[in-house]
Design a protein around this ligand. Structure first.
Ligand code: AMP
Length: 545
């Protein structure tokens, strides 16, 4: 027998409509690219979102159109998230840290129609302009007074809103309608798109709001340092209005001193981001002799949080939540909030738990499997590849059957490419990475793409790129080369070869030479052996010891 209940579609705009109605004092504070601090409540934001939707409709934006953003975390970026998906179009966040080549590929693959761009990135758009699709339109996210000179026809964001009605007749849509698009790096070749729906986004917001209710609550001030251009700032723009928390948007100021000042000035209670940014903040805390006012909690994810970092925060009175997730998972899969009974454990035992990657959020199921795909026990000892399933997980990559087929198993679970153990209490520990990628400062570098490029050099017989641990960037690429003859290629030569295809920060930090590559039983380069071989290697920018 079926239940007899109404079925209303889950829609993203409802998150903000709810926040504006129930938590009218909360809102978005934003350090604008223009330099000043701007603040607006959720009701004011809702009105501006409606104005933006009118402006876009007037410009011919249709349901299903892909609307791209090249922007920092600001109130305007937040407004675009809601206006675009609210009217049935798709908000496609572009990652400005990618190489121009990758960015152009993504824009073409997504078939973006219109691009919102922050003042910071206007020069980037100028540089790409003649390679961008014909007919693409550009909106600069600023007011008339700050509009830049340009050979392009640029639309001013505030002009788009000016004089428009402050309410909009938001269409009722199927909850499976596409709402957001975000590309993530593949192990090789071009980035792959995760196409979120209204349903997946709302369910993710509910799951994150519930799991992190110590952070996401009325009166809280949350600082998303994690960018809105990288997996929707971990869903904070959706979960915050739902729970009554305000968002403190850092704009382009992500260095330690800028973060400390903003957090102190705005009484930030909880800050979310990758380990690299917290290293900068911890240095600043040491320099200033204390935490910013009101700082209670830090959520660390995107890369493994070092235990020393967790301990330093905890000892200074800031509780740490270590989380894990992926672009393909909306992205939060686990969180490190402990049960009440665990909070009272001795410090060392508690740190053991908090160094793990946490436990699953509601709606995300996890399994670990061996090489034959057989399930392994969740006993904290067995280590296998981690697969996930749930309403927040992609069912496939956008217009990419090959990548989809490679990622899904026969039972319909998604392969994360992470190698992990799960203990009896449900704590996940990421042990290794099966995917051949390096994560530097929270962003991806494809080892395989670097290797194919280096192999084009006449003095390189064979090569491999491995990750070397780095205290600031977490990991940095090292190029290991088997030389073809007597001559040894220089790092400068390698960089010159790679520069046209990669962003500068993606280039290897050093090149080292071996006589032959260690191989696995199947004849592939054994990166595990290479990593062990270079375990004590010190990158050129670091002091020895
Ligand atoms: P992204 O899609 O860019 O968010 O990257 C997701 C990947 O980052 C995961 O599959 C992991 O390899 C890695 N990752 C994310 N969070 C953590 C964490 N807390 N510890 C270790 N690796 C992580």
């Amino acid at each position: 027998m079926m239940g007899q209940m109404m079925q209303r579609p889950l829609q993203i705009i409802e998150l903000l409509r709810y926040g504006a109605e129930i938590f009218p004092e909360a809102g978005v504070v934003s350090r604008r690219c223009e330099g000043d601090i701007h603040r607006q409540s959720y009701p004011e934001t809702m009105a501006r979102v409606a104005q933006l939707a009118h402006g876009l409709a007037e410009r011919g934006v249709q349901p299903g159109d892909r609307i791209a953003t090249l922007a920092w975390n600001t109130h305007r970026h937040f407004e675009i998230y809601y206006a675009v998906s609210g009217m049935g179009a798709v908000c496609h966040t572009l990652n400005p840290r990618l190489s121009p080549e990758q960015m152009l590929y993504i824009i073409g693959h997504a078939e973006d129609r219109l691009l919102f761009v922050d003042l910071t990135f206007v020069p980037l758009v100028h540089a790409l302009a003649d390679k961008l699709p014909e007919g693409m339109r550009f909106v600069v996210m600023t007011d008339r007074a700050h509009m830049p000179d340009s050979p392009l026809e640029l639309i001013c964001y505030e002009d788009l809103l000016d004089g428009k009605p402050d309410s909009y007749d938001w269409p009722d849509m199927d909850e499976n309608t596409a709402a957001g698009l975000c590309y993530t790096s593949g192990t090789t070749g071009n980035p792959k798109g995760a196409l979120y729906s209204h349903r997946s986004t709302v369910l993710h917001a509910l799951a994150v709001g519930l799991a992190l209710n110590s952070s996401l609550r009325e009166g809280a001030n949350i600082l998303p340092v994690v960018p809105m251009f990288h997996v929707n700032a971990w869903g904070l723009p959706y979960a915050a209005p739902l729970t009554g928390a305000s968002l403190i948007m850092p704009g382009p100021g992500l260095d330690g001193p800028s973060l400390w000042d903003l957090m102190d000035g705005e009484n930030v209670t909880s800050a979310w981001g990758v380990p690299t940014v917290w290293l900068g903040l911890q240095n600043e805390i040491a320099a200033r002799g204390g935490n910013p006012a009101g700082f209670e909690q830090v959520v660390i994810g995107g890369s493994a949080a070092p235990r020393t970092m967790i301990e330093a925060f905890e000892q200074s009175g800031v509780s740490v939540c270590h989380a894990w997730g992926m672009t393909e998972m909306s992205p939060v899969g686990t969180h490190g909030i402990l049960n009440a009974s665990m909070q009272d454990l001795p410090f060392e035992t508690r740190m053991d738990l908090q160094s793990k990657q946490g436990r699953r959020v509601f709606g995300c199921e996890m399994k670990i499997v061996d090489e034959e795909g057989q399930r392994l026990p969740h006993d904290g000892k067995a280590v296998g590849e981690l697969y996930v399933r749930g309403n927040q997980v992609i069912a496939g990559y956008f217009h990419n059957d090959e990548a989809t087929e490679a990622a899904m198993d026969a039972e319909g679970w998604f392969g994360t490419g992470d190698v992990a153990s799960i203990d009896a209490a449900g704590f996940l520990t990421i042990q290794d990475r099966a995917k051949d990628l390096i994560k530097s400062g929270g962003e991806w570098i494809s080892s395989i793409d670097l290797e194919s490029c280096a192999l084009a050099h006449p003095e390189v017989a064979n090569c491999a790129v491995i990750a070397i641990a780095h205290p600031k960037w977490d990991e940095r690429p090292l190029l290991v080369v088997v030389p073809k003859g007597e001559a040894h290629v220089t790092l400068e030569d390698i960089h010159a070869l790679m520069e046209p295809h990669f962003a500068k920060w993606q280039l290897p930090d050093d090149v080292v030479f071996v006589d032959e590559m260690p191989l696995t039983a199947t004849g592939k380069v054994s990166k595990r052996t290479l990593r062990a071989q270079f375990a004590d290697y010190v990158l050129p920018d670091l002091p020895e010891g």
